[in-house]
Design a protein around this ligand. Structure first.
Ligand code: AMP
Ligand code: ZN
Length: 463
């Protein structure tokens, strides 16, 4: 069964308990104010890979991945963010409305997700359309004494009311200092580490509440959407490593305080993607978009493959060379699969396939899984029809469209078909010197032959 590194418990743990048949997973979705870069996409691919591995084990997976279209402020790095909403700031910059911006970049994100073969989540709520639930949740937290409204219409979470704050990131309340931007303690707060659940405002995208008109904080939105769509017992919550604090700490405090128990069993985080040695991030201008990859003539799924060459919880440095290498491997595998599909189907090599599946189960050891897959690719002692079935089966986890070239005619250079036929006959006649000579002649034409128990196969050196 799948084991993953749990950030809060600081160990690798089994995710779906023995005998359980379902997995409920929440993934913090995109803030839709710009194109997602491939670093962001790495975080979402983690969730898709977990889904695919679990589904292979006949676990029914229910995923909620939200769309943040309101409430995420430009500077969310401090415990008490204040300032402009990311979507509204972009709307101003582009001369469009906030909703136009949000829907445009949501569509762009969904197109990227589809190009990367991410399975669509069962629930993709927009924060702006889940507002009743968010407001009810805030009211509940006030009613239970975990939050308080102040005269200007803000509502704050009372951090001290949640003593286990900090278990995910290690940032305990007594170690937190007041934010430097607020220069001391915000006088509206009881305690400097309290954070806003509701902010007063009458701009676009604001709602009426018992405390006044305004909009919610980003953290409470995720709690509300997770509780509404997945309920009070969630197996797994994923996101990029930077979301550990404050976003996930705040989410945990809110959800657990509302439910009266631990809501999320496991927190799993993906490490950052670097590009040319630096963290990929818009603020430093160091970004690659999926369409940049396509503009380079590469298959978008080369990104998916390149990411799997590293484990999700290692930082990974992406370069154009690694992307080109992944693209080449992808094309070769598709061509090999097409070549094997011309042979009779045979049962999968059970031992090899279960070793590869075990690597995925072992905290998503994708580098090992790919190494074993390459060994299987080259193992000519295994019938082509058997390798075919293994690759097609494993592609349900890999998501690389490995069957894409099946049925596409593979073209041989002039004269090669005749040489292949002569060689087949030489093999039948056990005339090994002739078979070797013909192999060399074919190689000179760029055609590589391999002998398998079921006969010879060919592939092109240029693939
Ligand atoms: P945002 O749209 O800014 O809320 O970020 C979306 C997701 O991308 C979050 O889960 C972040 O943790 C994640 N993320 C941001 N930068 C990177 C990066 N360089 N590598 C991997 N994940 C990232
Ligand atoms: Zn979230």
């Amino acid at each position: 069964m799948l084991r993953l590194y749990d950030t809060r418990n600081r160990q690798v743990q089994q995710i779906v308990p023995d005998g359980a048949r379902s997995l409920r997973m929440y993934t913090c979705g995109p803030t839709v104010y710009r194109y997602a870069h491939v670093g962001n996409l790495r975080s979402y691919l983690l969730s898709d890979l977990i889904r695919r591995v679990s589904e292979r084990q006949r676990v029914r997976v229910v995923v909620c991945r939200n769309i943040t279209d309101v409430g995420h402020l430009v500077d969310d790095t401090e415990l008490d963010p204040a300032g402009e909403d990311k979507v509204q700031a972009q709307a101003r910059a582009e001369g469009r409305t906030a909703l136009e911006i949000a829907r445009f970049y949501e569509d762009a994100f969904l197109a990227d997700a589809a190009a990367l073969n991410m399975r669509p989540p069962e629930h993709s709520p927009r924060a702006s359309e889940t507002m009743d639930t968010t407001i009810e949740l805030i009211a509940k937290l006030i009613g239970k004494g975990h939050a308080y409204a102040v005269p200007d219409g803000s509502v704050f979470f009372d951090a001290a009311s949640f003593p286990t704050y900090g278990e995910i990131s290690g940032n305990r309340l007594d170690q937190l200092r007041p934010g430097h931007r607020t220069e001391g303690v915000d006088p509206r707060k009881r305690f400097h580490a309290d954070w806003a659940l509701w902010k007063p405002s009458d701009r676009e995208l604001t709602w009426e509440t018992p405390w006044g008109r305004g909009f919610p904080g980003w953290h409470i939105e995720c709690s509300a959407m997770a509780l509404k769509f997945l309920g009070e017992h969630i197996d797994l919550h994923t996101g990029g490593i930077d979301l550990r604090f404050p976003h996930h700490e705040d989410e945990r405090a809110q959800s657990d305080s509302a439910a009266g128990h631990e809501v999320v069993k496991h927190w799993v985080h993906g490490e950052h993607l670097l590009f040319d040695g630096r963290k990929m991030s818009k603020s430093t201008g160091n970004v690659v978009l999926l369409r940049d990859v396509v503009d380079e003539g590469l298959d978008p799924l080369a990104v998916r493959l390149a990411f799997m060459e590293h484990r999700y919880r290692q930082q990974m440095n992406l370069t154009w060379d690694t992307l080109r290498a992944a693209d080449k491997t992808l094309r070769r595998w598709r061509s090999r699969v097409a070549e094997w599909s011309e042979f009779p189907s045979r049962p999968m090599p059970a031992d090899q396939v279960s070793l590869i599946e075990a690597a995925f189960d072992d905290d998503l050891d994708t580098p090992l899984a790919l190494r074993l897959l390459r060994e299987l690719e080259r193992d000519d002692s295994i019938a082509p029809g058997s390798r075919l079935e293994a690759f097609l089966h494993l592609d349900q986890i890999l998501g690389l469209d490995l069957s894409l070239d099946i049925g596409r005619s593979r073209s041989l250079p002039a004269g090669a078909a005749e040489l292949l036929e002569q060689r087949e006959r030489a093999r039948e006649a056990r005339d090994w010197p002739a078979a070797d000579r013909l192999r060399d002649e074919l190689a000179a034409l760029g055609v590589k032959v391999a002998d398998t128990p079921e006969g010879q196969t060919w592939s092109a050196f240029w693939d």
